[in-house]
Design a protein around this ligand. Sequence first.
Ligand code: FAD
Length: 285
Amino acid sequence: MSRVVDLLGTRPTLSFEFFPPGDGNAREQLAETLDTLSGLTPSFVSITCGAGGNGHDRTRDIVIDICGDRPFPAMAHLTCVGHTRGEIAALLDDYAAAGVVNILALAGDPPGGATISSDFRYASELVEMVRAHPAGFSVGVAAHPESHPRSPDRESDRRFLATKLNRADFAITQFFFDLADYTRLVEELADLGCHRPIIPGVMPVIWPRNVRRYAGMNGSTVPENLFTRLEGLSGPDRTIAAAEAATELAQSLLDAGAPGIHLYTLNRSEASMLIAASLSPQWRK
Ligand code: FAD
């Protein structure tokens, strides 16, 4: 199974993020989405996990299934806040035994902002633990172009991110809508001596109300013109308009030298198919 770190730098990567489905219908939806997006030969896909509690189990099962059934790797999101070192060690052993080689190491946000007892405080502690595992995982981390919402200032956030990322292999960003937020992140990390690949996360706004809510939680600035226009559309018209806006951002990111594009799919395939078809045909050659 390919390691994401080895895919980066050969040609721009195309990756998709999914969340573990709840009920039977949602499971069917995800299977259909995976079937459709497989046609785009993604470089890898990633599966989110809930923070705290037992959210890891569903993620682990889906990641292991995809790695067994599909011709592309699945990367497991692994959150550490609310967990013991023993729990994380057991999960890493499960992944290693199943041949899963890609981990996205995250702090995680416990539900409702609850403070829960934990062996971990920051994602960097998880990076150390994943790195120390004999399986030799490829390790990604999260980056927040507009800075993390709990950070007192961008400068300290960048410093902590540079230290964390230098111990990992690459980062994937939170979604954002302005190219300048990405280029500034890359430049500021370079100024701190961090030159690791940073894959931009692009969110096609197929459900503006939900995306507004996510943006409020993670500190992403919402472009009002785009959101107002999308809120006035519905059905396929909205999907097409959302895909057009996301394509424009993705193309400008690739033109600016981004090492790949990570699409937040919300478990749907339509917008991702349109985006992949509209990007410059050279980009994955
Ligand atoms: P950290 O790197 O620990 O940073 C959190 C905050 O602590 C930042 O403000 C940082 O500046 C600060 N900090 C870091 N180190 C120190 C230090 N040593 N001293 C003081 N301050 C410090 N959440 C989920 O629950 N499940 C998911 O599957 C998931 N997937 C994600 C995927 C991506 C691509 C991204 C970008 C985010 C994802 N998240 C997910 C959200 C993430 O868990 C939250 O944003 C969380 O609040 C921070 O995670 P982090 O890994 O960036 O944390």
